[in-house]
Design a protein around this ligand. Structure first.
Ligand code: ZN
Length: 138
């Protein structure tokens, strides 16, 4: 069995951002030389997500509004966690959007559905953060 590991780094300009990382994950798969197996992609930080959905800007605005309803950023004082930090909302948003995705690898391609794209979801940005890509198979 072959095994491949890579860290992708991100440094967003805004506190919250969605980045389509599908091309970068495809590049990892190409580098790995694996043609049949599984590809895990996970955020390595507790205030960021990796998720799969549509690359459609209206939907991304809908996610932002929905997440702000469920876990509003402000007022910071509403959260117990916000003593030294002001990112309690980011921890909650990360939990809602998920930590990782697993994608089947078939005939050297990511076996995604027709509109499925892989996203890095940043909820407490403006600093360097990582995503892990682990691919196993043959
Ligand atoms: Zn925190």
């Amino acid at each position: 069995m072959k095994s491949y590991r890579k860290e992708l780094w991100f440094h967003t300009q805004k506190r919250r951002e969605f980045i389509n990382i599908t091309p970068q994950v495809e590049k990892c798969l190409e580098e790995s030389g694996i043609t049949e197996g599984l590809c895990l992609v996970n955020a390595m930080h507790i205030t960021a997500s990796v998720f799969i959905n549509d690359d459609e800007s209206g939907l991304h605005q809908d996610f932002e509004v929905w997440l702000e309803k469920l876990a509003p950023e402000k007022p910071y004082s509403q959260y117990q966690h916000n003593g030294f930090e002001d990112n309690a909302d980011a921890h909650l948003k990360r939990t809602l959007m998920g930590r990782e995705v697993v994608i089947a690898v078939t005939e050297a391609k990511l076996d995604l559905g027709p509109w499925e794209q892989i996203f890095y979801g940043e909820f407490d940005g403006k600093r360097k953060k990582r995503v892990l890509v682990k691919i196993i198979g043959e």
